[in-house]
Design a protein around this ligand. Structure first.
Ligand code: AMP
Length: 211
């Protein structure tokens, strides 16, 4: 059983690493951003309420996110553990999470801000299988098309330059205080997020607690 939180600013690559580690270790990959985007796409009441906050780069209200997280944590694929990607994002969410489950480690991904902005604004995603590309650093074989299914790649509304600045400010003000919080609990391990996905994946493995 391995219960992990991946923490870090938007664009740091934690989603890529979370998906990969979850696949390798048979853990559930729980991305609150993905769950919220699915709710927006399905136009559920939750999705309709979340949409405006997300487009602007603001946090969705805590109570809404906690609801979908609890539902997702109850699914059977979490039995070997999980990688939480994008939750918690403030101290209140960390307290809510602590009331639901213990954690084995919190991995904090670290990257200079000047690298984050181009990573976000150049990101493109496949609306069908959610795979992630970058126009410069990880281009698809055919420009604008998903390698796996040929679907036309899209830019997330919150990866537009107008929202990126807000997201980085929200991270600095609300989420970054979690680093000290988890460090004080003795659970924090920092991962240098520079370099290729393979290089970062090796550092993730080295940072995991021993079974
Ligand atoms: P992400 O895919 O993790 O970058 O999340 C995209 C957007 O979803 C964020 O900018 C927020 O608007 C919303 N979101 C995701 N996770 C949370 C959370 N834990 N609390 C509040 N809002 C969230």
């Amino acid at each position: 059983m391995l219960r992990l939180v991946f923490l870090g600013p938007p664009g740091v690559g934690k989603g890529t690493q979370a998906a990969r580690l979850a696949r390798e270790l048979h853990l559930a990959h729980l991305s609150t951003g993905d769950l919220l985007r699915a709710a927006v796409a399905a136009k559920t009441p939750l999705g309709l309420e979340a949409d405006g906050h997300m487009r602007a780069g603001r946090l969705v209200p805590d109570a809404l996110v906690l609801g979908i997280l609890k539902e997702r944590l109850a699914a059977p694929d979490t039995r070997h553990g999980f990688v939480l990607d994008g939750y918690p994002r403030n101290l209140a969410q960390a307290a809510a999470l602590a009331a639901i489950t213990p954690l084995d480690a919190v991995l904090a991904f670290d990257l200079p801000r000047e690298v984050l902005v181009p990573r976000l604004t150049g990101r493109r995603v496949c609306p069908t299988d959610q795979s992630v590309y970058h126009v410069e650093f990880h281009p698809p074989k055919t420009p604008g098309r998903c390698d796996a299914d040929g679907a036309e790649l899209v830019q997330r509304p919150d990866d537009r330059p107008e929202a990126v600045g807000t997201r980085l400010t929200v991270y600095a003000e609300q989420t970054a205080p979690l680093l000290a919080h988890y460090a004080a609990e003795g659970r924090l391990r920092t991962v240098d997020a520079r370099g290729t996905p393979d290089e970062v994946a090796a550092r993730v493995r080295a940072a995991l607690p021993r079974a």
